[in-house]
Design a protein around this ligand. Structure first.
Ligand code: ASP
Ligand code: MG
Length: 448
């Protein structure tokens, strides 16, 4: 087994010259780190989403582009030798502005993805320069040469076998003489068109590259010292977790723990790559290790919240439709490539939740899906819900699990409950005005 490491740095870690210097030191210090994967500097991707998804006036475009320029220039101007990368950065900013002003930018997902990729393309250029400044050889590698995906723009799926072959051929040789600094989140389809992996996708990139180079570890550096028992912004009693299993981490990421993109655990699981989550500001404070075999497997590990859920209920009053009803409903959902998270069913009705976060590239419950569902049944769409999830182990067989959870939140209205399909997860759909209190209550009952 190799001891190679891939280190990924999120937007807050590469937000400015000082924070990037912390990242560079972390990378250089660990001689096993061959690849550095970076996000766009904090705020840049949200600006790009605005440019891609909103009809803006020419002046408004100028303002948003100017905001991005300021973030990048603040870093460039502090470099010891800005002239080394200046021309490249100017060219990227020109490309960005051209895309932002393209007549069809709000309608064409291929153009949107080209625009969305600019944040990572700029930050990787600057991060490589800062590593060189600190005295180590580094190159800025264009991930589109190796991160082959399908052509589902804004949420592309990686093509694993092609990625592996291309990484072997084009990326691994570069690691012999340099630290390879590359872009998270970005890919390219077979025709070479730029794609992206969905918001927060840089973690996924890091895990994919770790898998492709045969790394044994993948570090996810962010602004918190690991994964917490719950979001520390909800309660100051939240504490960092020293370890988590792949399954628990996947549940937590899917159900709202913001520190990891949900797909990150797939490559880790496939190749048993240990994933570390820590703070680039305080690298010595340790963090969370996510691994296959944990020392402890407690019944309760964490409480997560996922905001902005849409609850869809489909109902058919005619019992004769009940047979094959589920199949029809789900074939419509599958056709529109919607990903359903929670489901409950009764004889004549099905409720399910869809994720609908702000700043995502597409509206999940779109009109076309609604129209098609309405053709076969009654449909109601309710918003203003959050999902609260208790993540743990053996929750189906551990005595007293449900009573300790339910008694803690007995006075709240639970709109939907999901339990049983997975031994690591018990989820509730609740009103968004209650979710914070529910998380606090559960955290107190289970962890304090
Ligand atoms: N920059 C992208 C985003 O903000 C990808 C990432 O940071 O993981 O979603
Ligand atoms: Mg992230």
């Amino acid at each position: 087994m190799s001891s190679l490491n891939v280190a990924k740095f999120g937007g807050t870690s590469v937000a400015n010259y000082e924070t990037i210097n912390n990242c560079a030191s972390i990378v250089i210090k660990n001689t096993n780190t061959k690849v550095m994967v970076v996000s766009a500097a904090a705020g840049v991707t949200n600006h790009l989403v605005l440019l891609a998804n909103t009809a803006l006036t020419s002046e408004q475009i100028t303002d948003v582009v100017e905001n991005i320029r300021k973030i990048e220039f603040a870093i460039l101007n502090k470099l010891k030798k800005p002239s080394e990368v200046e021309d490249k950065l100017f060219a990227l900013l020109d490309e960005l502005e051209k895309l932002a002003r393209h007549e069809e930018i709000n309608y064409r997902d291929d153009l949107k993805d080209a625009l969305m990729s600019m944040g990572e393309r700029m930050s990787s250029l600057l991060c490589a320069a800062i590593i060189r400044e600190q005295g180590s050889p580094a190159i800025n590698f264009d991930i589109r040469k190796v991160l082959r995906t399908d052509s589902k723009f804004t949420e592309a799926t990686p093509d694993l076998s092609n990625i592996k072959a291309l990484v072997k051929q084009l990326l691994i040789p570069e690691t012999e003489h340099h630290i390879v600094v590359t872009q998270g989140f970005v890919g390219a389809d077979e025709q070479g068109r730029t794609t992206t992996l969905g918001r927060g996708g840089s973690d996924f990139t890091a895990a994919l590259i770790a898998e492709a180079i045969g790394a044994s570890t993948c570090e996810i550096w962010t602004d918190v010292i690991g994964v917490y028992t719950t979001d520390p912004r909800i309660t100051d009693k939240a504490r960092p977790l020293p370890e988590l299993s792949f399954e628990e981490a996947a549940e937590m990421a899917t159900f709202g723990a913001k520190v990891l993109h949900p797909a990150t655990m797939e490559p880790a699981l496939r190749q048993n790559i240990q994933v570390f989550v820590g703070s680039s500001k305080e690298p010595d404070k340790g963090g969370t290790w996510i691994r296959r075999d944990c020392e402890n497997e407690p019944a309760f590990r964490a409480v997560t919240r996922r905001k902005d859920q849409v609850l869809v209920t489909v109902k058919t009053p005619k019992m004769m439709y009940a047979q094959g009803f589920l199949e029809r409903v789900f074939s419509i959902i599958a056709k529109h490539e919607l990903s359903v998270d929670l489901i409950t069913t009764s004889e004549i009705a099905v409720s399910f939740t869809l994720d609908n976060p702000p700043n995502s590239m597409s509206e999940k419950m779109n009109k076309e899906t609604l129209v098609e569902l309405s053709n076969i049944c009654e449909v109601s769409v309710e918003r203003d819900f959050d999902v609260v999830t208790v993540v743990g182990n053996n929750m189906h067989s551990e005595a007293g699990v449900s009573s300790s959870i339910f008694s803690a939140i007995a006075d709240f209205n639970l709109r939907m409950i999901c339990f049983g399909a997975n031994v690591h997860n018990l989820s509730f759909v609740v009103s968004n005005s209650d979710s914070e209190d529910i998380v606090k209550r559960l955290h107190k009952a289970l962890f304090e």
